[in-house]
Design a binder for this molecule. Structure first.
Ligand code: FES
Length: 211
């Protein structure tokens, strides 16, 4: 019988395990009624790449705050654990302001999870990108299009749908020495799914290296 593999790169933290076995704020079938008065919904990922994430939000418009949130995913343990944690971060202390929620990065989620196995880190970006998509949907539905443009100008738009990698993350990768398409793909997964984003990513890497 083969011996169990001892490899820290495969180990999930206790926090990830806690959220995976008891995920918070998931939308179950019996919660259909909850969906009736949602203010925004977002979906990212690609079934071709294996992970799809959906997030729904309810907003306290007066306070410009997310007052409730639910999510669903076809993703793995890491995607489930990281989105459960994200939902806790968004809803704790009475709900996060919209502006603060738009600034959540995968690194913020990873920190609260006490890390993820290296090859599972890309799963943590699905939640924050789906949340951003849900907030943009809320902006569009509530006549606040200008806020979409302003937020996009912060550089957080997605450059790879399959792996949920944003322009800001790409910039960070290039600055950290992952300055070729192959290096970016190996580190973040970006470009390694359907491949539709490859040309744009190569162009962006070139521009970022010149800047
Ligand atoms: S959009 Fe599919 S690999 Fe980037």
């Amino acid at each position: 019988m083969p011996k169990p593999v001892k490899n820290s790169a495969w180990v999930y933290s206790d926090v990830v395990k806690k959220h995976f076995f008891n995920p918070q704020n998931v939308l179950f079938e019996e919660d259909e009624k909850w969906l009736k008065d949602v203010d925004g919904e977002g979906e990212v990922g690609s079934p071709a790449c294996g992970d799809v994430m959906r997030i729904w939000i309810k907003v306290d418009q007066k306070k410009d705050r997310i007052k409730d949130m639910r999510w669903q995913t076809f993703g793995c343990a890491s995607a489930i654990g990281s989105t459960s944690m994200l939902s806790e971060m968004v809803l704790e202390k009475g709900g996060m302001s919209i502006e603060k929620a738009l600034k959540i990065t995968p690194q913020d989620i990873l920190k609260r999870l006490h890390g993820l196995p290296q090859n599972k880190i890309h799963c943590s970006v699905l939640g924050d990108q789906a949340l951003q998509a849900a907030i943009f949907d809320y902006f569009a539905k509530s006549g606040q299009q200008a806020r979409i443009t302003n937020s996009k100008n912060t550089g957080n738009e997605i450059v790879c749908e399959c792996f949920g990698v944003s322009k800001r993350e790409l910039e960070m990768l290039v600055k950290s020495g992952f300055d070729t398409f192959e290096k970016v793909k190996a580190k973040s997964g970006a470009g390694g799914g359907c491949g539709n984003c490859a040309t744009n990513i190569k162009k962006l890497i070139k521009e970022m290296k010149k800047a």
